[in-house]
Design a protein around this ligand. Structure first.
Ligand SMILES: CCCCCCCCCCCCC/C=C/[C@@H](O)[C@H](COP(=O)(O)O)NC(=O)CCCCCCCCCCCCCCC
Length: 215
């Protein structure tokens, strides 16, 4: 029987998670942030094994955050804001170079946060694309504008090759499990601003604490 991680991806599920992410005072709930990523990883897995190296990395980072949430300090990780405060107050972050905390919550979330910017740019391109536009081009452009700045040559090369395997626009919209292309586009219209808001709040928080370049 398929376990929960093998279930089919549904864009609605990701949208719901990112909706639940924001508290009334604009804090980001870790549980829902991680749930959003788990939904995205399901989609990536359904696109084929060529994306395995990307989904493995995202899954391992998601797992690190879930482990913090389940630990004895779990309540300190309830929101991204409380995690940053807790880890900085207790000097649990390698700030300048890798040291004894190579997998701190702050540096792990930063990697996913940078990928969220790629997602925002990619989904916005998809939302405004025309029928015969290529998903591989949208994906590459979004990647070059965001994550690529943080990746070494070999990763950029491997990612670039994987993009060629993306299904065309109609196939990609179908994988989202939403309905007609028009319905997917409408849902993207809701999802992109939400993802963008979560991204901006995190970016401002990390900027304020000088955490945007964590090794
Ligand atoms: C739809 C096609 C998906 C293309 C994904 C584009 C992003 C390409 C990322 C390539 C990452 C390669 C894997 C390794 C990365 C790590 O070296 C690197 C640095 O980590 P480190 O400091 O611990 O060493 N890790 C990262 O930058 C984090 C990458 C996380 C990538 C997550 C991508 C999730 C994609 C979800 C797709 C969902 C499609 C959207 C439809 C609603």
């Amino acid at each position: 029987m398929a376990g929960p991680d093998n279930q089919k991806f549904c864009l609605q599920e990701v949208l719901d998670s990112f909706k639940s992410c924001l508290s009334p005072n604009r804090e980001i709930y870790m549980e829902h942030y991680v749930a959003g990523w788990k939904g995205l990883i399901k989609l990536l897995n359904s696109l084929g094994s060529v994306f395995g190296f990307i989904s493995k990395d995202a899954a391992s980072k998601t797992q690190i955050l879930m482990n913090f949430l389940d630990s004895k300090n779990g309540s300190e990780y309830a929101t991204v804001q409380s995690m940053v405060k807790f880890e900085l107050d207790n000097e649990l972050v390698d700030v300048n170079k890798k040291g004894i905390y190579p997998e701190s919550g702050c540096r792990t979330l930063l990697r996913l946060h940078r990928a969220l910017r790629w997602l925002e740019l990619f989904l916005d391109r998809l939302r405004t694309s025309k029928e015969d536009d290529k998903t591989s081009v949208m994906c590459r452009e979004a990647y070059n504008e965001s994550l690529a700045h943080h990746h070494p040559f070999m990763i950029r090369k491997a990612a670039g090759l994987a993009f060629y395997s993306l299904p065309g626009r109609p196939g990609f919209l179908e994988v989202m499990n939403v309905g007609s292309p028009e319905q997917v586009v409408a849902m993207l219209g809701e999802a992109v601003p939400l993802i963008s808001e979560v991204y901006t709040i995190t970016e401002e928080l990390y900027q304020k604490h000088n955490l945007l370049d964590l090794p």
